[in-house]
Design a protein around this ligand. Sequence first.
Ligand code: UFG
Length: 331
Amino acid sequence: MKKVILVLGGAGYIGSHTSYLLSKLGYEVIIIDKLLHSQTFNHPWAKLIKADFTNEEVLNFVFDKFEIEAVMHFAAFIEVGESVKRPADFYENNVVKTLKFLNFMMKKKVKKIIFSSSCAVYGDPIKIPMDENHPKDPVSPYGKNKLVVEYALQDYADAYGLQYVSLRYFNASGALPDQNLGEQHNPETHIIPLMLRAIKNKKTFKIFGTDYDSVDGTCVRDYIHVLDIANAHILALQYLDKNGKSDCFNLGTGNGFTVQQMINAAQKVTGQKLITQNHPRRAGDSTALVADYSKAKKILGWEPKNSDLDFILKTAWAWERKIQNFKQEEL
Ligand code: UFG
């Protein structure tokens, strides 16, 4: 019998790629997602229930009907800048609802969860690359949300026997255009889709901050292909199945690129010019975030295999050309 994995936020960017991979590897995938970004979800490989992940009626139905092996939790508000402006919404969705859901899991005696955490838990770097022991001093409510949940997971593991893996993603990027999978946030805030749309529509791309402590003054990020992130979820699941100890792991490549370097790379991949304009720093942004992923390599046997920058940008570009329905006013 197929193992059933419940995926919260499985119609979102990372959740949909992971659901696809789970299904391809023989798992049965049940998704709860409220389609917050009005995204289309027409994939044959998963059952989608359109609902909030704390809707008790839906949860009772799902947990009673299916023998759930594990939960993967992707359902979160993700825009760092927005979290600075609307912390109440972010704490409500990312912390309060997650705790409510964890309590429900405990009640139903489902004990395994893989949680989508973030490198935003670290805040500004004391050293680069950052390993999991790097001091945690998040500079945005979003990063604090993720850290609070990580503390809760640890306490639930100690007190109630929860088994968890918390995956701290660095910058998820790229797409699987052949599977009709890619980024479709609404509004879009991420650098790669915004750069590519600006190129496609001959609009201006805003550079947020040119006075950071980096080679060219722009922010440094570690871009990891979403397929590599999806793969880490499968390895984390297998790790928990073997009674691996609950833990946190970084998912990144160890290579950092500045915003300016990303602009150059996007121009190279598309063969087109990107018009840019310098803007002040965006609230909540760290100067540099680059992963030391040696722990995930050692313990989960994970390493990035699809995260060459050219491949990331090529797949993202193919996806942008494929989707017709994004709105120009988002730029
Ligand atoms: N940037 C621009 N112009 C834009 C958009 C982004 O210059 O129009 C810059 C940002 O200032 C930042 C970099 O590009 O320096 C990357 O920004 P993204 O918005 O693409 O990604 P973030 O690093 O802010 O956020 C992402 C995820 C979060 C995660 C975070 C950790 O969205 O969920 O990485 O860094 F927590």
